[in-house]
Design a protein around this ligand. Structure first.
Ligand SMILES: Cc1cc2nc3c(=O)[nH]c(=O)nc-3n(C[C@H](O)[C@H](O)[C@H](O)COP(=O)(O)OP(=O)(O)OC[C@H]3O[C@@H](n4cnc5c(N)ncnc54)[C@H](O)[C@@H]3O)c2cc1C
Length: 437
């Protein structure tokens, strides 16, 4: 955290796909009198595409994260929350071990976006978002707690309420979550003799007229058909307008009673962007095609938090890991070029394709213009993510875990965070239960 006075410093804010890939690429390219500091509020990268698998208990939480210090070798790593950036004095202010300030010569914003829980009335109070590892862990625990409660509930209606799960959003994370959840509930049923199969209900709500709108229509239709066959209640053109502690109300007036509501829609800008003087475009930092921020010398932005124009099609890059990764690789070259007084390059990228699992060992894929669906697409999905997940240690663990899950029953342990109560702690059991999902 404390650079020697002679060293110039690149500070990267955010240890997600964009920030970590950039740090890995840039630390090899920096001139000898420069150092890099990666500041992030967690000390690990979260492999978000696998979070639905954590909810469905297909893999252990530790398998979807990798520590920054094992990925970024020659740089300084700092686990701290950046509170604000003073662009006049070129200083990053953070809260870590107390408050601190870090001067920069070059600054990169890679702080991603936050979940937006204001889209639907009652969402912030009653729905559970899926954005972080903590969200996935809480959801996993909530689902298992609901099964345990249902097993104890003699009243049929109350039991059905406990075992009804509504997933809001039919994009990638909504579809993958609903698929994983259904598989998990079905596989767990044998351990809960009082819960009947017909008590279980997973409702997938989607505002548009087909699932996975980012993929070709035929794959969206395939997904809906297969999910309905698996027993999911898929509602298209169904907009939630209110969520309370008992139910979800749709724009049509229908009320769906549900004990758990999961929301996978909506993002809001990071306060580091929204409250900054940086130019913005729909909540993202507006950048030049080389990812430098106009009017702010030595400031760059990429990933979900930045509106990076793609020179290939003239459109703004979508907020996906695939784009964040490619932008990071180019930005490392651009920053190193700028430090050497050379020309920078515009971002241009042709996406390779997209994949989504839909449950029951099936997936849909649109890769290199070829559309695949079913078991083959699912194998491809696994292969791709196995290759992509960072560090050899994680790859090995994930491979073993996936194979283990094919032969053994799902893990239905409710991971309590109950701690031995110390004399000074007087909070009640209700607080423990709320924290555990
Ligand atoms: C459930 C889910 C599933 C997804 N599935 C896919 C998929 O299948 N394919 C795909 O391409 N994309 C997928 N995405 C999107 C993909 O994860 C994002 O596009 C990608 O993570 C963007 O990378 P990023 O580095 O810009 O942001 P992030 O990965 O969000 O990283 C931001 C980092 O900044 C840190 N940070 C934020 N604020 C501060 C602060 N004030 N101080 C310090 N640190 C801070 C955060 O802790 C985090 O480490 C999915 C996302 C989710 C949530």
């Amino acid at each position: 955290m404390h650079p020697t006075n002679s060293c110039k410093r690149v500070v990267v804010i955010g240890g997600g796909f964009a920030g970590v890939t950039l740090a890995q690429q840039l630390e090899r390219r920096l001139p000898h009198d420069w150092r890099l500091t990666l500041v992030s509020q967690e000390n690990f990268i979260t492999f978000n595409p696998l979070l639905p698998e954590v909810i469905g208990a297909s893999i252990l939480p530790g398998h979807v994260i990798a520590p920054h210090r094992q990925m970024v070798r020659r740089s300084d790593v700092c686990m701290a929350q950046v509170t604000h950036v003073d662009y006049e004095t070129r200083t990053v202010h953070y809260l870590g071990e107390g408050s601190g300030a870090l001067p920069y010569d070059q600054l990169v914003l890679a702080c991603g976006v936050n979940a937006n829980l204001e889209l639907v009335k009652g969402m912030a109070q009653h729905a559970l978002p899926l954005k972080t590892l903590g969200d996935a862990l809480f959801l996993r625990n909530r689902i298992i707690a609901r099964l345990e409660q249902a097993e104890l509930q003699p009243d049929v209606e109350a039991r059905r309420w406990l075992t009804t799960f509504v997933v809001i959003g039919g994009g990638f994370s909504g579809v993958e979550t609903a698929g994983e959840l259904t598989d998990f509930l079905r596989a767990s049923l044998r351990y809960y003799p009082r819960i009947r199969r017909e008590d279980l209900r997973v409702v997938l709500l989607h505002g548009q007229n087909r699932l996975l709108p980012e993929l070709p229509a035929s794959l969206g239709d395939f997904t809906r058909r297969k999910m309905v066959l698996q027993g999911l209640d898929v509602r298209l053109e169904a907009r939630a307008i209110r969520i309370d502690d008992r139910a979800v109300t749709l724009a049509s007036g229908e009320i769906i009673p549900a004990g758990t509501v999961i929301c996978t829609i909506g993002t809001s800008p990071s306060p580091l962007v929204a409250d900054s003087p940086l130019p913005q475009e729909r909540g993202r930092v507006r950048v030049h095609p080389d990812m430098s921020v106009p009017g702010f010398d030595g400031v760059w932005a990429l990933g979900d938090c930045a509106a990076v124009p793609n020179q290939r099609d003239g459109k703004t890059s979508p907020p996906t890991a695939q784009f964040a990764d490619r932008q990071a690789k180019l930005l490392a070259r651009n920053i190193s070029a700028r430090l050497r007084g050379e020309a920078t390059r515009a971002f241009t990228f042709k996406p390779i394709g997209q994949l989504a699992t839909i449950g029951h060992n099936k997936a849909v894929a649109d890769m290199f213009g070829v559309q695949l669906s079913g078991f083959v697409a699912w194998l491809l999905w696994r292969g791709v993510y196995l290759l992509k997940i960072p560090t050899l240690a994680r790859k090995t663990r994930l491979f073993l875990e996936w194979n283990w899950a094919m032969f053994f029953p799902p893990d239905i342990a409710h991971l309590g965070y109950r701690r031995t109560r110390r004399a000074s702690l007087t909070r009640g059991a209700a607080v423990d239960r709320a924290a555990n999902g």
